[in-house]
Ligand binder design. Sequence first.
Ligand SMILES: [Cu+2]
Length: 341
Amino acid sequence: MSEKKISNGIKGGVFLLLTLMLSSCKDMVILDPKGPIGHSNANLIITAVALMLIVVVPVFIMVMWFSIRYRRGNEKATFRPEWGHSYTAEWVIWSVPIAIIAVLSYLTWTSTHALDPYKPIQSEKKALQVEVISTDWNWVFIYPEDSVATINELVIEAGRPVSFRLTSASVMTSFFIPQLGSQIYAMAGMQTKLNLLADHVGTYTGQNQEFSGDGYDNMHFNVYAKSPEDFKQWLGTVKGKVNRLTNEDFIKITQYGQEYQLAKKSDHHLAYKPIAPCVYYPVEPGIFDKTMAPYMDWMNMEEGSTNSGESMDINKKECSEHMDKTMAQGDCCKHKNNNNK
Ligand SMILES: [Cu+2]
């Protein structure tokens, strides 16, 4: 192959790579943050990638350069079969990666503490409390202070911190609003916390970032960051028409709701789909804690404790007949539903 052909090949390759990189830009919402946590996340990603490119870019250039320059047909290049050592090369090969790892370590340490999801966001405004429960294919959001709940849509106030408490009524999921930053797991019988802030009015996408089973990639929801006035107006609208949510309703959503959401994807494949977004008011207090309770009880029993207490609720009774001791309760309920098919 002539040197011209090789050089054209490289140009083509670089062009293709750039096209691919640029065409995926519009999907990289994580690099278009709309809040302080998201900004810090994006900066950290860009800095880390840039630091690593200090090694990657020269290596790729050298691979191409060496394979052209020292190819068999090129007789102009120096041939040094006895060459074996260079202190200069050793210095570069060892010092650059060590320096990069040192800087990355420092950044990881400081940002892990600065971006701790449990750390409240400093603001003059009192944080909006939101309880998040992930169920089978749905996200349930409860606003305990206003006795309001939404399913598969989250409405927040721009410029005001949001303090989330999260748990799962089923398998482990991961709550993530890429443009606001920091993902966190929602797990059955456990509570996690996350503090976020949107500093722009707008609509963002939230998702389940966890590979937690069939249909879980459909667990998307819209996040509406409204101005304080619009947020107040929205709350008023929700409270205007009574649509009660009791713990019993909630259990129906978690346990049997999915039967109605079964949509036929193809002849031999069924896909679980989230239900259409909806709002509730008023909301029975304590749904979040009741969702966690049976799992906690189940774990206590496994440890030989006799503590069953009042946290034993419908959720557990309904499932107990099917409950396999080696199986998490969430799995049990799902399996019961599938058997009913
Ligand atoms: Cu079962």
